[in-house]
Design a binder for this molecule. Structure first.
Ligand SMILES: *Cc1c(COP(=O)(O)O)cnc(C)c1O
Length: 355
């Protein structure tokens, strides 16, 4: 069984209805250390609070770190459940591999998360559509300058309550197609959820925000022509009733929401292709009036309809800036499964048992 040391807080925090996502955290966090020669050890759940690290700590200088993102949902019957959590820990290990971080035991990580969730279960929101966002991450902690693989690490899980993503219903977003900066290249770190990818994206995101866009759509790093993905979302198009999404190519992050959406599309026997998509194909489809829907997929928004695409001074208005039928149906179905309103035909749900 579990050998997690547990230190409960003496000062539980008040829970506010104003979730202020990403800024408020639950009462506790999980930490596990790695040291060369020992492996992962020292599992502890303790009050949420600052870490003490040496200024020479290697992650601060060379960015050897990775993270994950998933959510806990409360059903109408008051059951707390997770959506495909083992997939997150598998992907975490894939990120570990790329970043030379020692692998974690996926079962131990999941057990740690479940134990933490049970302790902080009251933090899983009761409000319709609200969730508890879970952020597992690993940082390199060797106290030494010089670029090399760290000999010590910390695996940490923190959790932040999050209000309904679409407080005012699903509203389409504006996306800027980036042709000057790139996110990832073949052989790079695009498939790893590692901090550096996101640090490198902020400049472009700022430019897009100044121009009135919500997000950036990245093109491939070599030709600047094939569609890759959005900030923290994969992307889908519906052209002439066919649903298409870029094929995973070694620089696109393999979203768990993407994979689940593809499964639903297949379940419904909708025409579907996973392949290279030239940005010109999207522009042509728009000109021919066959571009019906565009949407992003990711844990945070689940399905995010795209109402506007801006590329090279050209503005594409998609589906009159309204949510498309398929985007809506996918959103309703996937969130329905996540919140336990619809049957879970693919064994995606892990319910927390009350004990
Ligand atoms: C996390 C992330 C996604 C979406 O992954 P999900 O598992 O669906 O949340 C897509 N692209 C990038 C770059 C990401 O960081």
């Amino acid at each position: 069984m579990s050998n997690i040391k547990i230190e409960l807080t003496k000062n539980p925090k008040p829970k506010s209805k104003n979730f202020n996502f990403g800024k408020n955290f639950t009462d506790h966090m999980f930490i596990m250390d790695y040291d060369e020669g020992i492996g992962w050890h020292n599992q502890i759940i303790k009050p949420y609070g600052p870490l003490t690290i040496d200024p020479s700590c290697s992650c601060l200088h060379y960015g050897q770190e990775i993270f994950e993102g998933l959510k806990a949902y409360r059903t109408k019957d008051n059951v707390i459940q997770l959506f495909r959590p083992l997939e997150n820990f598998k992907r975490m290990n894939a990120s570990c591999d790329r970043m030379c971080i020692p692998f974690i035991d996926e079962k131990i990580a999941l057990n740690a998360l479940i134990t933490l969730l049970k302790i902080d279960s009251e933090w899983v929101p009761y409000e319709e559509g609200a969730t508890l966002y879970i952020r597992p991450f690993i940082i390199a902690t060797e106290n030494a300058l010089g670029v090399h693989r760290s000999n010590s690490y910390k695996f940490i899980i923190i959790m932040s309550p999050s209000g309904a993503y679409y407080a005012n219903g699903l509203s389409p977003i504006k996306i800027f197609v980036e042709k000057d900066y790139v996110r990832a290249v073949p052989g790079g770190t695009g498939t790893a959820k590692t901090g550096g990818n996101y640090a490198a994206s902020i400049k472009s995101q700022n430019i897009a925000k100044k121009a009135g866009y919500n997000e950036v759509l990245w093109l491939d790093g070599i030709h600047r022509k094939y569609i890759e993905e959005v900030g923290a979302m994969n992307i889908f198009f519906r052209i002439n009733d066919k649903i298409i999404t870029p094929k995973l190519n070694g620089s696109i992050l393999c979203g768990i929401t993407r994979d689940s959406i593809i499964q639903l599309v297949k379940d419904w026997n909708l025409p579907f292709e996973e392949r290279k998509i030239d940005v010109d194909e999207i522009l042509n489809a728009y000109d021919n009036n066959t571009l019906q829907e565009v949407w992003g997929t990711g844990t945070a928004a689940v399905v995010s309809p795209v109402g506007t695409l801006g590329y090279n001074n050209k503005i594409l208005n998609i589906n009159n800036n309204k949510i498309g039928d398929i985007s809506k149906k996918l959103y309703d179905n996937l969130t329905g499964i996540q919140f336990g309103k619809l049957p879970d035909q693919h064994n995606w749900i892990l319910k927390l048992e009350n004990d």
